[in-house]
Design a protein around this ligand. Sequence first.
Ligand code: SAH
Ligand code: SF4
Ligand code: F3S
Length: 429
Amino acid sequence: MKGCYHIHTYGCQMNVHESEKLAGILEAKGFSVCDEPSSADIIVMNTCCVRETAESKVLGHLGRLKSVKKAGAVLIVCGCMTQQDGAAEKLAVRCGFVDIIIGTYNQYLLGEYIDAFLVSGKRIIDVWASERPVREASASRAENVNAWLNIMYGCNNFCTYCIVPYVRGRERCRSVDDILSDAEDLLSAGYKQITLLGQNVNSYRYKDVDFVGLLKRLEFDKKYRLKFMTSHPKDFSFALADRIAESKVLSRNLHLPVQAGSDRVLAAMNRHYTRDEYLKKINYVRSVVPDIGLSSDVMVGFPTETEDEFCETLDLVRKVKYNNLFMFIYSKRSGTPAAEMPQLDYKTKQARIDRLIKAQFEISKEIADGFAGQIFEVLVAEKKGDICFGKAQNDAAISFESKDASVGDFVNIKVVSAKNANLIGEVVR
Ligand code: SAH
Ligand code: SF4
Ligand code: F3S
């Protein structure tokens, strides 16, 4: 054994899975995982830059690592933050104690970069300007129930607020055969859930197979749960809603980020759908999958958003009644078109998010109360003593007590109490 590594991950599921691939590379080189950065020989910071808060967290953490990292340890910063124009150079000046800075496109070469650094002792800064054909690294997976599976990389949508297309490059879809063979391997290895990953899975296409076609091919005759994220409303089709309704394996939940409730703001965001089109899709999916769990991302304080336009978002959220809502204050990302638009002041944005959070809190509570007495199939993801934690088909988190149930089991649970939206259930005998 050569020593140990510690990876710190920021950002979305895409990054979580990429860190598993980085772990795979390090383990193939003989390093083992350790919990404490202070005892690690290799420290990796896999970064995010989707909002300013994500970047501040990374910089704060890096500052602390300076005194924590042991002599001779190699500190690597990679991911979306370093992939931004000029960001790696700025970071290199600000944090002289970072040894290797790479971007998102060359992460699969982490092993080679470490070797080169250990030989020369010279700091490496290498961020590629654009993507090259994807090379998959095999992952050391951190979970044992759910496995993440990339079906595509990058994004072509250029929503005007978003940095992702600039740091992840254009859309590249993996071949159907590669995806199917990965999925079969994961199920043989005992995973009970597979989550397909992509910035916009609805636009998946490989030769003549589209996303619905891919989902049909993943309909294996085996008990497992299939999820996917994220869906873009403009590409969400009625055919996909029908597939969810017909499928034996697809989870009955849908994350369909609406971002805003006003047509003018949606157009300024370059989202390519109207409020009405979005609501029609939601109504359709509910008509064919009545028990579907819906979730969404919503942003407040987009440049030029008026009070009335914010109220349209609030109204949409109240109409749809999402099971789960991720709420963000717009954050200015340099290099994106929205950064050039007139910005709202912090106080206005903060007041709007507070109102939205309050509205959603009531909705979540009302939905959770409605679950009392209902029976769900829960996939157990964690067990502490006799208490099991897992998720239902509609993605609701439920805990229950059981001596017999194990992690990875599907168990029928009746919800008995819904305190503060925490669902507690009991095993149905
Ligand atoms: N590809 C996915 C996820 C993108 S990032 C999608 O399109 O849904 C996840 C969420 O972060 C977005 O849905 C959006 O709500 C939020 N987000 C992106 N850029 C942002 C910004 N500049 N400020 C605040 N929130 C942002
Ligand atoms: Fe960003 Fe829009 Fe692409 Fe999502 S679809 S990653 S919000 S540009
Ligand atoms: Fe994900 Fe953050 Fe990058 S949200 S794609 S890790 S900018």
